[in-house]
Design a protein around this ligand. Sequence first.
Ligand code: ADP
Ligand code: MG
Length: 240
Amino acid sequence: MSLLSVSGITKSFGGVTANKGISIEVGEGELVGIIGPNGAGKSTLFECISGFYTPDAGEVKLDGKRITGLAPDVVCRAGIARTFQKLRPFQGMTVLENVMVGALTRTKDVKHAREVAREWLSRVGLDEKVDTFARTLSTGQRKRLELARALATEPRVLLLDEVTGGVDQRTIPGLVQLVRDLHGRGVTLLVIEHNMRVITAVAQRIVALYLGEVIADGAPQEVARDRRVVEAYLGQAYVQ
Ligand code: ADP
Ligand code: MG
């Protein structure tokens, strides 16, 4: 049985159907990449899985239990954490406090939450920033902060939305290694990634979206060569 089962997810905004009957099965411990040109519906799918949007149709199940339509904090406590493509740290809180918010979903003990937060901040390389305000961080640092906050909730399934996008090139190998380590620890990952080289190197399977639909789902090398996938990316290159 799949750990995460997405079936027939449909979500429209006015005249735009961002997700059109998307179905994806993710097994426990899998690392699945999600690719697709801008506007393909990748972030919307994450919003529907994590409870930030209620889909118009379809359902999401975690470990066989329906979670569709539950509030984000309930979905998070059920075991699904996510990062945002558009960063949303609590600006007026310190870096440490931001991550403690994540840890406090699992413990009421503030001291313990602080220890957990420090540990994750160290794992993502933000030790020196613990006491600074989140608003002073660079884009790359904010991405790592979001990752630490998501990890502090002890997710079974982690949804990463373009963690390497817009960050300093030098930090990419460290982030990729962190994703590999998490996978090695048994975290199930669904990773939206723009950098094809990064995603084909880390993912066990890739799902390609185009205009709100799944156009390919399989081994990274096969999906990268798939005719519809290549055309979808070429189309974008011509349009831009
Ligand atoms: P991706 O993450 O693959 O780039 P998105 O899921 O962000 O794609 O967007 C898919 C489509 O849905 C786009 O056409 C986008 O403009 C539209 N869309 C996404 N979110 C909203 C929203 N909150 N309101 C209106 N349109 C939206
Ligand atoms: Mg997106």
